[in-house]
Design a protein around this ligand. Structure first.
Ligand SMILES: [Fe+2]
Length: 125
């Protein structure tokens, strides 16, 4: 029963905060939820699957930020644990979309490795 109450509380807090964010973003003309940040009708058919994967990554990163921000706001330790667990799961989703993307985009795969090497080199200095 206590677990159900915590889950319901988490859902209510998330829904309220999501509503606030959506209203705020909509007012600013930059709503992210349930929309794509690019006009998909203008994406060439050959690039559509890559763009879907990129949008998926964007949405999952947004979700991680959202859940971690909510976790930092709550005073309830169980709620914080649930939110951070969900945030961790979203990181897995980022990895899934990234895997999809690098399977379709050789340049992305190459540049991802290049970026990794650059950071490793900078970290050594
Ligand atoms: Fe996700």
């Amino acid at each position: 029963m206590k677990t159900k109450t915590v889950i319901m509380s988490v859902c209510l807090v998330i829904a309220a905060f999501a509503g606030y964010l959506l209203a705020d973003a909509t007012q600013k003309g930059e709503a992210q939820m349930a929309t794509t940040p690019v006009d998909m009708s203008k994406v060439p058919q050959a690039d559509l699957e890559k763009e879907i994967a990129r949008n998926g990554i964007t949405a999952e990163l947004d979700a991680i930020n959202f859940y971690e921000q909510m976790a930092s706001m709550t005073k309830n330790a169980t709620t914080r644990k649930v939110l951070l667990d969900i945030a961790r799961e979203e990181k897995t989703h980022v990895g899934e979309f990234q895997a999809l993307l690098i399977n379709m985009d050789q340049e992305q795969r190459t540049e991802l490795e290049s970026g990794k090497r650059e950071v490793e080199a900078l970290a050594k200095n």
